[in-house]
Write a protein that binds this ligand. Structure first.
Ligand code: HAM
Length: 416
């Protein structure tokens, strides 16, 4: 019979890699909570219209990457390609803008994009991210960037590059777009088919194109940050100053326009030199109109999302984080009762314990203990029982010592 395999661009996560996920999830939760973010969980599928309206019909994500399907009632649904639009939808639907304070949310979960899989790029991937609503201040923008930066640092990721830009607003972007479209039109023939269309429909999206020739032409096109209105200009200056307060180094990248249409003013990305082609660890920015465009109040938002797989690829072996594991080894099957009792007592005290109920031969049990990556084997023998003792064998160093049964919990706590 033919084997059933996982869909392309997805992967199963299990030991030992799952430990890195647990570590990342724990650090993320604690980090975000310190900044007053509360968790929000939204469905992994939404109405297609949410993303078409939210992130823009001309974006690569909506044009080429959405997993779209009709449900049994012929409604067009999408596996969420990102979570910002979903969080905004949820906040509007649940009236959170009027009832919640502070409007600071974080999330973690799977997203779906039909993209060409490669290292660091998957069809089901996970994002961790935040969205804040209400306040419009360059200090808040800088705080959000600094939250992102310090989270990556907490995960042991250094050598990061932060790039920032301003992508303008409703006031200054239309005139810039018409200049951009005119200039891009002069090179129309040299662009790829997709960019040729974008010249008329959404020229800003030309900067997202990954094709070398298009990138080359785009580098000579007028840039948004040379065409900002006074308010955006002031805001961008404020951002640069505020980042200094938060002690975050940055580079200005005038080509950085992010791949989603909702951004206004601040846009940023953090990349790593160690990731190869898929080097963006996270990206985000401000979105002043998205809430209103999706039917909510006039309220501005800012946030970012990071690719969890990409962070995981950077995480070193987490030796220290692993729970120390204990394997109970029985000299004889008759000692099973004693073994089960000890096993349960240890688990109730928070130790991670395994035993083999068939327990045939000490050697075999020790092999299983090693295979299960245990740190310690606790050996129960007949003689030891009669003298109230147990043997502790450290499986990494092969050191062995005898301890009093009644002191075992205290001693293990010291050892572990
Ligand atoms: P994004 O730049 O599309 O932004 O995605 C954020 C991060 O998700 C990327 O920097 C990357 O690390 C990861 N990512 C994206 N696509 C893939 C993929 N196919 N495989 C693996 N990782 C991937 C957003 O999604 C916005 N919602 C961020 C945001 C939040 N802006 C404001 N608030």
């Amino acid at each position: 019979m033919s084997k059933i395999i996982a869909p392309k661009g997805t992967h199963d996560i299990y030991m030992p890699e799952i430990e890195k996920w647990h570590f990342l999830e724990k650090v993320t939760r604690e980090h975000f909570q310190a900044y007053f973010y509360s968790e929000i969980r939204t469905p992994i599928f939404e109405r297609a219209e949410l993303f078409q309206r939210g992130i823009g019909r001309e974006t690569e994500v909506v044009q080429k990457e959405m997993y779209q399907f009709e449900d049994r009632a012929q409604r067009k649904m999408v596996l969420r390609p990102e979570n910002t639009a979903s969080v905004v939808r949820s906040a509007i639907e649940n009236n959170l803008f009027n009832t919640f304070y502070p409007l600071r949310f974080f999330y973690m979960g799977p997203m779906f994009r039909y993209d060409k899989p490669q290292k660091g790029r998957y069809r089901q991937f996970h994002q961790l991210g935040v969205e804040i609503f209400g306040e419009e201040s360059s200090f808040l923008d800088a705080e959000v960037i600094s939250v992102a930066f310090s989270l990556l640092n907490k995960c042991g990721l250094n050598n990061l590059n932060l790039e920032i830009n301003s992508v303008g607003c409703k006031e200054c972007r239309p005139s810039y777009l018409s200049v951009l479209s005119k200039e891009a039109d002069k090179n129309r023939e040299d662009f790829c088919k997709n960019c040729q269309r974008k010249v008329d429909t959404n020229p800003l999206r030309i900067f997202d194109c990954k094709i070398e020739k298009c990138k080359e032409i785009a580098s000579d096109l007028p840039k948004i940050n040379d065409n900002l209105c006074d308010s955006c200009d002031e805001n961008f200056e404020g951002l640069k100053e505020s980042l200094f307060y938060f002690g975050v180094d940055f580079k200005i990248n005038p080509m950085l326009v992010r791949g989603l249409d909702y951004y206004t003013k601040t846009a940023f990305e953090i990349t790593s030199n160690q990731l190869g082609a898929q080097n963006a660890l996270l990206g985000g920015g401000r979105y002043a109109n998205l809430v209103e465009e999706l039917g909510g109040p006039k309220i501005s938002g800012i946030g970012f999302a990071a690719g969890m797989e990409r962070i995981i690829l950077h995480l070193k072996e987490l030796e220290l984080l692993r729970d120390k594991r204990i394997f109970i080894v029985l000299q004889k099957p008759e000692l099973l009762n004693e073994g089960i009792t000890l096993c349960q007592q240890l688990r109730e005290r928070g130790f991670v314990v395994l035993m083999d109920y068939k327990s045939k031969g000490i050697g075999k049990q020790l092999k299983k203990a090693e295979k299960a990556n245990c740190d310690i084997a606790l050996i129960i023998g007949e003689e030891e029982i009669s003298s109230g003792l147990l043997s502790i064998k450290k499986l990494r160093t092969h050191n062995q010592l005898q301890v009093k049964r009644k002191e075992i919990f205290k001693i293990l706590k010291e050892q572990i």
